[in-house]
Design a protein around this ligand. Sequence first.
Ligand SMILES: Cc1cc2nc3c(=O)[nH]c(=O)nc-3n(C[C@H](O)[C@H](O)[C@H](O)COP(=O)(O)O)c2cc1C
Length: 169
Amino acid sequence: MDCTQTIRARRSIRKYKPGAPVPEEDVKLMLEAAMMAPSARNTRPWEFFVVEDQGLKTKLRYAHPFASMLDTASLAIVVCGRPEAQAGKVAGYWPLDCGAAVENLLLQAAALGYGTCWCGCWPSPRISKLQELLGTQSVPVALIAVGVPDEDPPARGFYEPDRVTWLRG
Ligand SMILES: Cc1cc2nc3c(=O)[nH]c(=O)nc-3n(C[C@H](O)[C@H](O)[C@H](O)COP(=O)(O)O)c2cc1C
């Protein structure tokens, strides 16, 4: 799939083939894509937790009110922000930088044939429980389910002309 096709095909997947393997080399491609995202002044204010431990995955699922798709997902990746990476350099762009990393990750996963679902964390109150479970002070921005899809929702992206103002002089 080229970039255009991947962007159009990606959907949030909430039903996966339980126990389907996701090889480490594929996970690394997803993480590399995430880490190739742009970031303010190239501060790269992110950190990634790859949760293959099924017990911990279940705990994360119950720490988040809208992450029940983790029951069937093969693994979870938690993208966390590191605000301290931007201290004294840029003010508070880290959630945006992490969002760019998340989207890169989702698209790389889709291009490899995997399904994902972005479950929002920052800026909700559920952050502290997730930090406790992961043993980190970094700020969970997204809890991402990853697995082999067991559903095939149709592409639904669309272009909305009334959201665009063309300024052509
Ligand atoms: C910041 C953010 C938070 C989201 N949180 C959740 C969530 O907690 N649970 C969930 O099932 N989907 C979540 N989603 C997925 C959206 O519901 C989904 O992207 C949207 O409905 C569009 O559908 P699509 O991804 O299939 O195109 C989230 C998406 C974003 C960008």
